[in-house]
Write a protein that binds this ligand. Sequence first.
Ligand code: ADE
Length: 260
Amino acid sequence: MRLDIITIFPEYFAPLDVSLLGKARRKGLIDMAVHDLREWTHDRHRTVDDTPYGGGPGMVMKPEPWGEALDAIAPPADVTGQPAEVVGERADGVPRLIVPTPSGRPFTQALAGEYAAEPWLIFACGRYEGIDSRVVEEARGRMRVDEVSLGDFVLAGGEVAVLVMVEAISRLVPGVLGNFDSVTDDSFAPGAMESLLEGPVYTKPPVWRDRAVPEVLLSGNHGAIARWRRDQALRRTVANRPELAARLDPESLDKHDRQV
Ligand code: ADE
């Protein structure tokens, strides 16, 4: 999978060299490049923002550097309609552009899974009051574009949102996690955990500060352990995310679930 990130703060992305993602990059599973948007400015001050039309507070990111950056990273098709030859050996058809913004569609585990199956993603990190809207409009003419929000809060810019999304997406790329099973047990994972939060977990020692690990987990009875885990997941979902619990398909609940 190829990932391109466009930002005015490339240094934000240093952590992507460590841990799971660093390993995936070294193994060649993820090919990532971080681009400084200011490379595509032409004035002495390398200006990327300007005052908003219509007035109001803050600044808006200018369209020109964004347009040039996207053209350089994913060259548009030529006049014959043929896809342009992409510079470098990292070409892979047409990318999907992801623009983090609090005004976007919600980022979910399902969307992370969808992105993990794409060969090429470009992330555009906006700052200030956002990017001139014509950039997304124009890009939609030649690639799929998603404006995506991490939740109902406002960050100072898209960088941290992209770090979050890249981590969530890359761990779903086959080969990145050592134990792929752990992905299917995750909260929100498609399948049995779709609308459920994962329950509590324990490790050794069996008793710590007078607190014992629930006995069933030491029983070796796999059926009983699975039942206990599902009960815990249901309880936690009802307590912390009642709106998620309300969405559980009644058909998917067995008699025991209903008692929880
Ligand atoms: N940029 C600023 N706030 C954001 C949010 N909540 N989600 C995604 N990108 C953002």
